[in-house]
Design a protein around this ligand. Structure first.
Ligand SMILES: N[C@@H](CCC(=O)N[C@@H](CS)C(=O)NCC(=O)O)C(=O)O
Length: 230
């Protein structure tokens, strides 16, 4: 493991944003202390280190906090630049494109599928699903644009945009189990569906992406799992 000084990650196991950071640290082979947070009763450590948003993930490197998952992934890539692989593309245009689409993932894709998860009736879930599909189709376009026909968004191996999208798979898989909805469907978005399978089978997918059951359990706990509400 790469030497890194004192490195702590404040997180929550089911959070896609935390998983994204854990994936970046795994790619770089950086070891860290993981500190699970109770978001229903936020502790002093979280409030002190992310006073603006009070959210996880927070990476604390030698006492200095870095907040917001995409900023943290970029920080990790820069601090451990000498450690392969590079997470962001080297080419400035490709880097800008990857950042553009990563912002799209967080601004459009994440809220879209969260709407499906939070729907209170089957009817509402169907509506949220139909609103999500065009958002997913845009990701299919992004994949074609960024991958140049290679296996991943970032080319031949997993990189920034793969992490940005891939961390959401836990919850997409959980929603499939809970509600039978298929957000990334091979018939509608074949290239993205094949990418998702490859990502799950990649080293970072297998080592860091948790089993969907932990998201199912969490959903039950926060009561968004209402299988009888149709
Ligand atoms: N844009 C943030 C989103 C982080 C986020 O929403 N974290 C959630 C957990 S998934 C959280 O800490 N929620 C606590 C709250 O909203 O009070 C990032 O990328 O880090």
């Amino acid at each position: 493991m790469a030497g890194q000084g004192d490195l702590k990650l404040l997180g929550m196991l089911e959070s896609p944003f935390v998983i994204r950071v854990r994936m970046a640290l795994h790619l770089k082979g950086v070891s860290y202390e993981y500190i699970e947070q109770d978001l229903s009763n936020k502790g002093e450590l979280l409030l002190k280190n992310n006073p603006v948003h009070k959210k996880v993930p927070v990476l604390i490197h030698n006492g200095k906090p870095i907040c917001e998952s995409l900023a943290i992934v970029q920080y990790v890539d820069e601090v451990w630049a000498a450690t392969s692989p590079s997470i962001l593309p080297a080419n400035p245009h490709e880097r800008a494109l990857a950042r553009f689409w990563a912002a799209y993932v967080d601004d459009k894709f994440f809220p879209a599928w969260l709407g499906i998860l939070k729907a209170e009736t089957g009817e509402e879930r169907d509506k949220k699903m139909s609103e999500t599909l065009p958002v997913v189709e845009q990701l299919e376009t992004a994949l074609a644009q960024c991958s140049n026909g290679k296996a991943f968004f970032s080319g031949a191996s997993v990189g920034y945009l793969d992490l940005a999208v891939g961390c959401n798979l836990l919850w997409l898989d959980a929603m499939r189990k809970m509600f039978g909805v298929v957000v990334i469907d091979a018939a509608r978005t074949p290239v993205l569906a094949a990418w998702a399978d490859r990502f799950r089978e990649s080293d970072v997918g297998k080592e860091v992406l948790p089993d969907a059951d932990i998201a199912v359990e969490y959903a039950k706990k926060i009561q968004v799992y209402r299988p009888a509400s149709k």
